[in-house]
Design a protein around this ligand. Structure first.
Ligand SMILES: *[C@@H]1O[C@H](CO)[C@@H](O)[C@H](O)[C@H]1NC(C)=O
Length: 303
């Protein structure tokens, strides 16, 4: 009987420990790798799940730390526990109560490559007593690829522009800073002639697209159409194309061409008639001379 009790107690204890830490499914999902533009910002998407059902943000503590260095925090809700070099640069954008551990790093320095790992702790039990229920997802880390130069925008456009007809060009650029999207500006056209689209490409990558539709005039003929991307922090990059504005054949041009062609035809016709007349006379003259030559020759042969 005593042994039975011991076994039951042991089993209950094991079940308790098991439910607290080992056997429950705690999962975090973080991008493995993300590009980050130096001097701009980067937002690392992160989400997690736990078996405790909905928990308020106040009962959860989300921590980001350097890989294999659990005490070197880059984000912690207690600022004194953050590494000096990361103080005031990191922010949890996500709400832990909604299982969202999305991290913002701004501004990005060129030594911020990480990897940075996410760790979650349950801070209090219902009666506010400290709990041992901590969990760390050391395998869920993100490495940052530092970009020292901003990516160039991609410009797509039709080959030539026709004055008076709408011309549409599309400029797009990808980035990883959705809290402060880059802006795209054009060297031609007005703000009213542009249309912007913001897209989540997934895996932490975003795209800004600007569509410009304007009516070129002949003044634009050899000028450039440039699209400039300005990233948060002030870095810029641009892509351009020479506008080839083609003059459309106007009605006046067609009439002038037709008139010139008609005049040429008339002149040629007159010339032909004149030539025929001239040669008629000449042929007749030659025939006449021939006649006299023949008669002369026959006279000679008769002698
Ligand atoms: C997490 O929070 C970020 C920032 O507020 C938000 O953009 C993102 O959509 C959230 N993710 C999910 C899965 O709700």
């Amino acid at each position: 009987m005593d042994n039975e009790k011991k076994i039951i107690t042991f089993c209950l204890l094991l079940a308790g420990v098991c439910s607290l830490v080992f056997c429950e499914e705690w999962k975090a999902s973080v991008e493995n790798s993300l590009e980050a533009l130096v001097s701009s910002c980067v937002v690392v998407p992160c989400s997690f799940s736990h078996p405790r059902g909905a928990l308020p943000t106040s009962r959860l503590r989300g921590i980001w730390h350097l890989k294999d260095q659990v005490t070197k925090n880059i984000y912690h809700d207690d600022e004194t526990k953050i590494l000096d070099s990361f103080k005031k640069r990191t922010k949890l954008l996500g709400s832990l109560g909604q299982d969202n551990c999305t991290l913002e790093l701004m501004p990005v320095n060129d030594h911020d490559n990480g990897p940075f790992c996410y760790r979650i702790e349950l801070v209090k039990t219902e009666d506010n007593a400290p709990t041992i229920d901590k969990f760390s997802f050391v395998e869920e880390c993100v490495g940052l690829k530092m970009l020292n130069d901003p990516p160039k925008p991609v410009l797509s456009h039709p080959g030539t522009a026709t004055p008076g007809e709408p011309y549409t060009a599309v400029c797009s650029v990808r980035h990883t800073c959705p809290s402060y999207m880059p802006t795209l500006t054009w060297s031609q056209g007005t703000k009213e002639e542009t249309f912007e689209i913001y897209q989540d490409i997934n895996h932490g990558i975003w795209e800004v697209e600007s569509i410009l539709t304007f009516i070129p005039e002949e003044i634009h003929d050899t000028s450039d159409l440039t699209c400039t991307a300005t990233f948060h922090g002030g870095r810029t990059s641009s892509a351009g194309v020479a506008l080839n504005v083609k003059r459309a054949p106007s009605v006046n041009h067609v009439i002038i061409h037709a008139a010139v062609a008609a005049s040429l035809a008339v002149i040629f016709g007159v010339f032909c008639v004149f030539m025929v007349k001239k040669y008629k006379n000449r042929i007749a003259e030659l025939q006449h001379q021939d006649g006299s030559m023949w008669s002369r020759l026959s006279r000679v042969s008769r002698r």
